[in-house]
Structure formats: structure tokens, C-alpha cells
Design a protein around this ligand. Structure first.
Ligand code: NAP
Length: 363
């Protein structure tokens, strides 16, 4: 049965990507759209300033935009995706969960709460066991429970994708540096990055971003406690992460130059690292999820790749590209990672999480 999906913040950068992905999705249909009072009461086509290169899907044109309350069509949704601004996401998402709805959020507000899974679906879907345990418990009591799942920060999603198979194969990474070159779509539309600031320029500061990369990586690569009720982060003393974040004049696609060291000796060879990356298959593919990338990590051998314009759409934006894998004179290895910030870094991750939940009977 096709599931009813709602989108909060439907008019924004992430919200528009949700609309695109849902409009052609076999398992979900758009049932409710929400945004601010500036947009509420209008048909979606009149409320949105559409900025995608694909045209606005017909199925969304005439849907009435609501305010972000768990009422009306939202109450009937099987899953609600949130692309809300963090200034308002906290209160709105809390109300939706309290109303018994399943919410997958892009906002930062609840990412650090221990019993809220922070999930990059191609990396740590096992953290969704927290939700399974919650749902099973309430079903056994004859009740319906609302729940919240957070999607990571967009640059963190790209960073952890190649780290997961390496940690699985070669053990912990104890030191990691990442310098990012982040696309302007990652800053949203209102107000977004001004042309005067970004054309012919690089801005070496993104508010809060470095802290997110340094912290979220340790939760996503962390393990569940034995009850399966919360995540135990990798302790700071076991993994040092240092990030520097830059905004660059690229529309979509975050590039990250990373170096890292394994805790165990001897370290693997460059060829072993590449093989582990190429062989990694995410669980979503094994579950048969519609959007799961056929190739999770694309290891590119050309010396000038990956590049955002050429490589961001691999596996429809759900695959992550890695190039220039080589030894690092300070740590063990360095490489360049590219990921699509509004697909696997935002809305696409939300959709793939929902597909996993659906495959596991949790929505
Ligand atoms: P955005 O383009 O600025 O969109 C914000 C959305 O929130 C719009 O739909 C806006 O509706 C709505 N909104 C604003 N104030 C509201 C209010 N008071 N009540 C209800 N709705 C309100 O932002 P974005 O880039 O899509 O980001 C959305 C969230 O995702 C943020 O928390 C961001 O940090 C996170 N995120 C973004 C990316 C990315 O690549 N862009 C990646 C990962 C995570 P109106 O049009 O009516 O104002």
C-alpha cells in the first residue's frame, strides 16, 4: 500500500528536494505540505519560489500549503519529513511526535539526544533499532507511538560514508581531519548566500558547521547500548576529529579533503583501502530499498576527480564518490570525498530512511 507522506518546510531548499523525490516515488505519495504563515493557505505552486532544474511536479502544484500543525492532512500521514528551519523545527517536530506521528528531520535541534537516532541510511541504519524497540513496545501495549529520527548535517553524511566500511574492515580511526568545500544550496534559500558574497569568492566560515562535523561523526560511528535504546558516541579521547569548513561557488555537491589514521598497526595498503570502499554494500540495498545506491562508494581513479558537476549525480545522488586515495605523510591516508548535499546529505537520506522503516514494518 502506498504510504501518505507530509513535508514540513516544503517551500525551502530541502523541502523542494523532498517534493521532487516523493513525486516519482513508488511507495509514498505527497499528502500534506507545511510552511510558514507566509505560505499557508496558498496552492504549492503559488507559495514556492521553485529553484530546481527539474520542473515542479504536477502532483504537487495544487496541494494547499498548511501551517505546521499536526492537524488536517498531516494527521493522516504515515511519515512526515521535516525541512524546517532550526529556529522553528524544535517546537513543531515535538508537537508532531506527541501527536503520534513518525518524523524524519533535517534540522539540528534533536541530533544530540541519545535516544534519537542520527542516521545516514547508507552508513548506520542499525541505529534504527532504537525505533524498532520503541514501536514494538508500544504495539505490544496496544498503542501507537510517535517518534523522531534525525538526518545528519549534510557535510557529515559525505564524510562518514567512506569511513564506515574502513572502520568495519580495519578497526577504529583515531585521528581525522576534514577540509570542506561546500555548495551554496546547503545554506538554504531564505536568505541563503548572497551573490555578492559568493561569486568570484570563497567564504572560509560556515556558522556551527565544524562543530557538527566533529561531533556528529562520533555519534554516527558509535554503537548502540546493549538494551538498544540509545547511542553511545565514540569517546573524544578515542577519536580526534578536526574540521575546517568553506563555502564555495558550487550549486550542489559538497567536496571534502580528508586525512585519517587507523588506531591499529600495521595500517592497510592503499589498494586494500580502495578494495574495502568498492566492496561496501549498504544494508538498504540488501533490503531491496528503491533508492538504495547500487554502488554505495564510487572509487574514481582519474587524478582530477571527483568533481561536483561531473560526479554528484552518481546513483541519483545517493552514491558517494571518493578519489585521489593515497598515503598521507602525517596520518595514514588522504582522499577527496564528494556527496550530493541535498540528496544523500538531506532529503534523499530522509526518503531512504523511510524506505528502510517501511521495509522493516515500522510505518
Ligand atoms: P530554507 O531553504 O531556508 O527553508 C526553510 C523552510 O522553513 C521553508 O519552507 C520556510 O517556509 C519554513 N519556515 C521558516 N520559518 C517558518 C515558521 N515560522 N513556521 C513554519 N515554517 C517555517 O532552509 P533549508 O536549506 O531547506 O534547510 C532546512 C533545514 O534543513 C534546516 O534546519 C537546515 O539546517 C537543514 N539542512 C539543510 C541542508 C541543505 O543542503 N540545504 C542539508 C542538511 C540539513 P516559508 O517559505 O513559508 O518561509
Amino acid at each position: 500500500m502506498v504510504k501518505k507522506a507530509g513535508v514540513l518546510g516544503a517551500t525551502g531548499s530541502v523541502g523542494q528536494r523532498f517534493i521532487l523525490l516523493l513525486s516519482k516515488h513508488p511507495e509514498f505519495e505527497i499528502h500534506a505540505l507545511g510552511a510558514s504563515s507566509r505560505s499557508a493557505g496558498k496552492a504549492y505552486k503559488d507559495a514556492v519560489s521553485w529553484k530546481q532544474t527539474d520542473i515542479l511536479p504536477e502532483s504537487a502544484l495544487n496541494i494547499d500549503v498548511q501551517t505546521c500543525e499536526p492537524e488536517g492532512n498531516f494527521k493522516e500521514c504515515d511519515i512526515v519529513f521535516s525541512g524546517l528551519d532550526s529556529d522553528v523545527a524544535g517546537e513543531v517536530e515535538k508537537k508532531f511526535v506527541e501527536a503520534g506521528l513518525a518524523v524524519v528531520s533535517n534540522a539540528k535541534n534533536f541530533r544530540r539526544v541519545k535516544d534519537v537516532p542520527l542516521v545516514v541510511p547508507i552508513v548506520n541504519p542499525e541505529h534504527l533499532d532504537i525505533i524498532e524497540n520503541k514501536v514494538k513496545k508500544s504495539r505490544a501495549e496496544g498503542k501507537k507511538t510517535g517518534y523522531l529520527i534525525c538526518i545528519s548535517n549534510c557535510s557529515t553524511a559525505g564524510l562518514v560514508a567512506p569511513l564506515k566500511p574502513l572502520v568495519e574492515k580495519f578497526g577504529p580511526i583515531d585521528a581525522l581531519t576534514a577540509t570542506t568545500l561546500q555548495a551554496i544550496s546547503g545554506a538554504g534559500f531564505s536568505p541563503g548566500v548572497s551573490g555578492m558574497d559568493i561569486l568570484d569568492n570563497i567564504v572560509p566560515y560556515i556558522s556551527g558547521e565544524e562543530d557538527k562535523l566533529e561531533w556528529e561523526t562520533k555519534k554516527i560511528l558509535g554503537l548502540l547500548n546493549k538494551e538498544g535504546t540509545e547511542v553511545v558516541n565514540i569517546p573524544d579521547e578515542k577519536m580526534k576529529v578536526s574540521a575546517q569548513c568553506n563555502r564555495v561557488p558550487v550549486i550542489d555537491g559538497h567536496t571534502e579533503c580528508i586525512s585519517f589514521r587507523f588506531a591499529n598497526r600495521p595500517a592497510p595498503s592503499v589498494e586494500e583501502v580502495k578494495k574495502a570502499l568498492r566492496e561496501y554494500q549498504c544494508d538498504a540495498l540488501k533490503l531491496g530499498c528503491h533508492s538504495a545506491p547500487k554502488q554505495t562508494i564510487h572509487v574514481l581513479e582519474q587524478e582530477d576527480r571527483p568533481q561536483p558537476r561531473l560526479d554528484r549525480e552518481r546513483d541519483n545522488g545517493y552514491g558517494v564518490s571518493v578519489g585521489r586515495v593515497r598515503e598521507d605523510p602525517l596520518l595514514d591516508f588522504k582522499m577527496v570525498v564528494l556527496s550530493h548535499n541535498t540528496v544523500i546529505g538531506a532529503a534523499g537520506s530522509g526518503i531512504l530512511i523511510a524506505e528502510i522503516l517501511n521495509a522493516r514494518g515500522l510505518i
